[in-house]
Design a binder for this molecule. Structure first.
Ligand code: NAI
Ligand code: MG
Length: 488
């Protein structure tokens, strides 16, 4: 445990039924992706531990102490959880940076986004109003929204804190209880959400946070007969396994499964602005972003110019341990694991063999860390693997088009459909593309235009259901209709 001393806490327990507990499986060795060194040991939940957490969440729900709170009170608790994260941002950022390999400034942004979810959904707790339905003079009839009960959250490693906050905040705001399975690759930061819940005085069992392996703890949670709702973000195969488990228990689930999202760049695009967007779109978090800008589809008249400008930008990034980068700048951290880095590098190699040109990067950096150089792959054609499959790394594929129809056909030609972008000064063209692109969110002239307020989720194999925004609140409630007869 060479760098243990650099972490502010010694013990990384699970949080079940309002108590900090050990797991009954062997602890997980948590690695720093920048050094490949163990930084901590995280307690690891077995299927039995998951069952205890689900039972605690169920008891809390049944007692009603949380779901029967006046919504404004519940909303305030949720908001104060976000404030707790902000109050402890320096400590959390140092942990998240080491655990996930991301630049310190990116870790801080992630914590601010996590806090923002608690603010946003806490704020909405008292806004879910049912309807009154006219049935004539002999009846009153109305609907109410009720929480499902025990919600299960299976969290990916790319934004462990933010993704946990995204679903926990909405589930709690609507009066549900939560069992959260944190990612085994970088679980540490999520502990602070449990601390936040403890700090604001959530009742025991309202929020349970455990780390464990996907195949054991994750499968036990998603297949548990006593959960009432399920949220998952991650890969397509795991999403399918989770949806099957949910189906067997007749439990609704929300699946967010990544993408191969395209920006269509027309001849009248603002190229300076585009290059900055590509910097964010594919090199932020080392490209390990479900909505990454992983395909650039560029008009032939500006293709060479865009490739060389984007390659120049990629080469200008300094890659290194996240702790070296306290400030926003032209820097990038490590990938999450050796396996993910090797997979991305192998895809670059196969792209080259298939006839693509590596215009920047394409290989690992020397040393023990899981670094991949910022990579631009040019002369990509739509049938290549690099144009179709998610890399989930700092790799952008650049394709060429002649006509708008061809651009759209390429953009819509993958199994995914999470987000898409269009860059053009022509509003009609931009709007035609926004209309005809098959994706759940379209960015016009700015990648990631939007925020916590804007609904987010996929078409096609990118999943179903929506996270974020007001729409996501309705993932966590079911409608009850109450009819009252008036007798003369
Ligand atoms: P994964 O989908 O296996 O892991 C995501 C989460 O699911 C983790 O918490 C994991 O423990 C859990 N999990 C794994 N197997 C499970 C099972 N059978 N039942 C219940 N839970 C289970 O993703 P992985 O293997 O870490 O990454 C592989 C690829 O997935 C990446 O290269 C990327 O393409 C994609 N991915 C997409 C993400 C997104 O944001 N959409 C996030 C993470 C990965
Ligand atoms: Mg780690």
């Amino acid at each position: 445990m060479t760098e243990q001393s650099t972490l502010p806490r010694e013990r990384w327990p699970n949080f079940v039924n309002g108590a900090w507990v050990n797991g009954s499986a062997s602890p997980i060795s948590v690695l720093d992706p920048a050094t490949d060194q163990e930084i901590a040991r995280q307690e690891c939940a077995s299927a039995e531990d998951v069952d205890l957490a689900v039972q605690a969440a169920k008891r809390c729900h049944q007692k009603g102490e949380f779901r029967h709170l006046r919504p404004v009170e519940r909303g305030r608790l949720v908001q104060r959880m976000g404030q707790y994260l902000l109050d402890n941002i320096d400590e959390i950022a140092s942990v998240l940076c080491l655990d996930a390999g991301k630049p310190l400034w990116e870790a801080r942004l992630e914590i601010e986004s996590a806090a923002r979810y608690f603010e946003y959904y806490g704020n909405q707790a008292e806004t879910l109003e049912g309807r009154s339905i006219p049935l004539g003079g002999q009846y009153y009839d109305f609907t109410v929204y009720e929480p499902y009960g025990v919600t299960a959250h299976i969290i990916p490693w790319n934004y462990p804190l933010e993704m946990s906050a995204r679903s926990i905040s909405a589930a709690l705001a609507t009066g549900n209880t939560c069992v959260v399975k944190t990612p085994e690759l970088d679980p540490l930061s999520v502990r602070y959400i449990a601390e936040a819940g403890e700090h604001v005085g959530l009742p025991a069992g309202a929020l349970n946070i455990l780390c464990g392996y996907g195949k054991e703890a994750g499968a036990a949670l998603s297949g548990h007969a006593e959960i009432n709702q399920l949220v998952f973000t991650g890969s397509v195969p795991t999403g399918i396994a989770i949806a099957e488990a949910a189906a067997r228990n007749v439990v609704p689930c929300v699946l967010e499964l990544g993408g191969k999202s395209a920006a269509l760049v027309f001849e009248d695009a603002d190229i300076d602005a585009l290059v900055e967007d590509v910097r964010w779109g594919i090199f932020f978090n080392a490209g390990q972003v479900c909505s990454a800008l992983s395909r650039l589809i560029v008009h032939e008249s500006i293709y060479d110019q865009v490739v060389s400008r984007v390659a120049e930008m990629a080469n200008s990034l300094t890659v290194g341990a996240g702790s070296q980068f306290p400030e926003f700048g032209r820097n990038m951290g490590a990938m999450i694991s050796r396996q993910q880095r090797d997979k991305a590098e192998a895809m670059c190699g196969r792209a080259r063999e298939a006839g693509a040109i590596i215009a920047a990067g394409g290989q690992r950096l020397e040393g023990n860390g899981y670094f991949l150089a910022p990579t631009v792959v040019a002369e990509v054609t739509p049938e290549m693997e690099i144009a179709r499959d998610e890399v989930f790394g700092p790799v952008v594929a650049v394709l060429k088009f002649r006509t708008e129809a061809e651009a759209l056909a390429i953009a819509n030609g993958t199994d995914y459909g999470l987000v898409g972008g269009v860059y053009s000064a022509n509003v009609h063209k931009a709007m035609r593309v926004a209309r005809d692109m098959r994706a759940g969110q379209i960015f016009v002239n700015e990648w990631y235009a939007g925020g916590v307020e804007t609904p987010f989720g996929g078409y096609g194999k990118s999943g179903y259901g929506r996270e974020k925004g007001r729409e996501a609140l309705f993932n966590y409630v079911q409608t009850k209709n109450i009819g009252i007869a008036i007798k003369e």
